[in-house]
Design a protein around this ligand. Structure first.
Ligand code: PLP
Length: 393
């Protein structure tokens, strides 16, 4: 039978009917440990009572009004996010791509207001910022961009984790307006930014009048053990983007602005019909409440360190394991060879993971993960990796 679905995702042969905590059940009643959380989205796990109640209660009152009116839930969520980040304003939208698209537009508007009509944005090799045309142009993946040209111009890709390369790009191109980077690359293979790199780039952007725009779509909202991964470097960006975990599974995106980026957008500059509606903002507030009241940032840090240490210890000396890396509950195991098949084998074994950059097994479990559940991940995954590597020696 031909599928009525557009063929845009390679799908594994399973569908889930319900979930609870870090567990999902399929239509046959089989239970899976969800160590992927919908690719970093379900930060509170599944069916979290606080999130379910907030969504149900809000849905019963009003689901949608319009951004042409005051939306109190949106104002409240914006206030919480600015307080947590030290930033000044928030524009809501519906996805990570849209949040980055807004950031790119903001950088261009910022430059335009200063007489720069061809704003260039420096981005990183192996970065991932989305699949809309501008975010694809910003994304450091030839493979993702190929075939979609012509893409918007004005993006310069430089090697990641190298402030000198950014400086040199700025020396060569006087129309640079911003630097866009992930504090911890996700799709790029779970590659953390060096602390010194982030601090150098912060200084460089301030010196040159460039906006520092940090994409926290995958790494934000507690995943690395701080609210935002760049906070490990004790810096504040000018623009930050969020999505994924922010509303625990309800579609949301947000672009935050501070310093010279605040006040750039005025009514009419940018917008979206759905972004920041009452339902999703009520969900976002419940997520922040739960993360705070259940100490889930600390949990992500503690259980994440435990999981990383255990994986590193179990896999130490295993030929074909290149590195175990990441922060908090954003972890990657890099193998020396392509290992996409491991996602299907893990599924068969009752564990949800995926593989990025062909060789990196990625773990993004819910931030409620317990030590015991972390141990269960190790017990399922390590033998699968060992067996896979043994087959290829
Ligand atoms: N930015 C980063 C860092 C991401 O990881 C992703 C998605 O994986 C995006 C942006 C795009 O987000 P979305 O898929 O919600 O458009």
């Amino acid at each position: 039978m031909t599928s009525p679905l557009a063929n845009i995702y390679a799908r594994l042969p399973v569908s889930f009917t319900h979930g609870q905590g870090v567990w999902l059940w399929d239509a046959q009643g089989r239970k899976y440990l969800d160590a992927l959380a919908g690719i970093g989205v379900s930060c509170l796990g599944h069916a979290h009572p606080r999130l379910v109640a907030a969504i149900s209660e809000q849905a019963a009152r009003v689901i949608h009004t319009s951004n042409i009116y005051d939306v109190p839930q949106q104002t409240a969520l914006a206030a919480r996010l600015t307080a947590l980040s030290g930033m000044r304003e928030v524009a809501f939208n519906n996805s990570g791509s849209e949040a980055n698209e807004a950031a790119i537009k903001l950088a261009r508007y910022y430059a335009y207001q200063r007489g720069n009509r061809h704003a260039h944005i420096i981005t990183m090799d192996s970065s991932w910022h989305g699949r809309t045309l501008a975010t694809l142009a910003a994304t450091g993946s030839e493979k993702a961009r190929k075939g979609f040209e012509p893409l918007p111009s004005g993006f310069i890709q430089v090697p990641y984790n190298n402030a000198d390369a950014i400086r040199a790009a700025g020396d060569a191109e006087p129309r640079v307006a911003a630097v866009l980077l992930e504090a911890l690359q996700g799709e790029g293979g779970i590659r953390p930014s060096d602390i010194a790199f982030l601090q150098d780039v912060r200084r460089l952007c301030t010196e040159r009048g460039w906006l520092l725009m940090i994409d926290e779509v995958q790494s934000g909202i507690g995943r690395t053990g701080k609210w935002f991964a760049h906070q490990w470097a004790d810096i504040v960006p000018d623009v930050m983007t969020l999505a994924k975990g922010l509303a625990g599974g309800v579609p949301i995106g947000a672009m935050l602005a501070a310093g010279p980026a605040a006040g750039v957008f005025t009514p009419g500059s940018h917008g979206t019909t759905f972004g920041g509606g009452p339902l999703v903002c009520a969900a976002g507030l419940a997520v922040l409440d739960a993360l705070e009241s259940e100490n889930l940032l600390d949990n992500a840090h503690q259980v994440g360190s435990h999981l990383k240490d255990r994986l590193a210890a179990e896999l130490a000396g295993t030929p074909g394991v290149t590195e175990v890396r990441g922060r908090g509950l954003m972890l990657g195991i890099e193998l020396a060879r392509p290992c996409g098949v491991l996602a299907a084998r893990a599924l068969d074994a009752g564990l949800l993971i995926n593989v990025t950059r062909e060789r990196v097994v990625r773990l993004l479990p819910p931030l409620i993960l317990s030590r015991q559940e972390a141990d269960q991940i190790v017990e399922i995954l390590v033998p699968l990796i060992r067996q896979f590597l043994a087959e290829h020696t």
